[in-house]
Design a protein around this ligand. Structure first.
Ligand SMILES: N[C@@H](CCC(=O)N[C@@H](CS)C(=O)NCC(=O)O)C(=O)O
Length: 239
């Protein structure tokens, strides 16, 4: 019998019908499904086991790899599978621009809503930090919060007012809706990595129990709501 070494994919806990309430972890999980790569999804309560102290990470054939984008590059090479193979060079450029907007800008607006909004603090402790035993969590949660608020300031988004952050997020969400237009997927008839990138962030705003002005912004675009439903029906039919 052949010995098959599956990819072990470590992600932060899930909730509200999502495999993970971390967009980067959900993106990797979605990509593994899109590319049909055999794997074992493992829930980690903290990101500390990852080689970069962040989630997700994978273990495969003795390697430990961190960062969703590096992991996806590795998997594409290792398994000779690429859902983006049909994209033109211009489309690849657009895919990168969308990824940067979603992961390096819009993501931080989501982080701000979760970690820097008093109403969301109990929700966060019960979900993102929910796997950590209560006595440890009582000590860790405020420390983690201070750390994330420092990250937000370091990024720059955390220096703005709530209204300014909402306006920044609105421009990104409006742009995503305009780019998607009437298409089923961001690059036409078949899903690509970009769809995983956009789904994992928007689903982590739209389907979760955190208050966020971005929920209404997404709801205002029928094509984005249909996209989220389409993605979920295709890749997460059982959830
Ligand atoms: N560029 C990384 C970002 C990963 C990331 O920021 N993960 C968050 C969870 S959504 C994390 O582990 N944060 C913990 C920390 O920053 O201490 C990727 O694509 O994987």
């Amino acid at each position: 019998m052949a010995f098959i070494v599956h990819v072990k994919a470590y992600h932060l806990p899930g909730g509200w019908g999502l495999v993970s309430v971390s967009p980067f972890c959900l993106k990797l999980d979605a990509f593994l499904r899109l590319a049909d790569i055999p794997h074992e999804a493992i829930t980690a309560t903290t990101p500390f086991g990852g080689p970069k102290g962040k989630a997700p990470w994978i273990e495969h054939e003795g390697r430990k790899i961190g960062d969703s984008t590096f992991i996806i590059q590795y998997l594409k090479n290792r398994y000779s599978v690429d859902p983006d193979a049909g994209l033109t060079p211009a489309q690849r450029g657009q895919a990168l621009a969308i990824q940067r907007m979603v992961e390096e800008n819009l993501y931080w607006a989501m982080v701000n809503d979760r970690w820097n909004t008093p109403a969301n603090w109990p929700v966060l402790k019960g979900s993102v930090l929910g796997g950590i035993p209560a006595p440890i969590r009582a000590v860790m949660a405020p420390v983690a919060r201070r750390g994330v608020i420092k990250q937000l300031k370091g990024h720059g988004l955390g220096c703005h007012s709530a209204e300014e952050i909402a306006a920044i997020a609105k421009r990104d969400i409006t742009a995503l809706s305009a780019i998607l237009g009437e298409q089923d997927w961001f690059f036409g008839p078949a899903p690509t990595e970009t769809d995983c990138v956009v789904y994992s962030l928007l689903a982590n705003v739209y389907f979760v129990g955190f208050e966020s002005p971005m929920k209404a912004m997404i709801a205002a675009h029928d094509n984005l709501v249909s996209f989220l439903d389409r993605f979920r029906d295709r890749f997460y039919p059982a959830l």
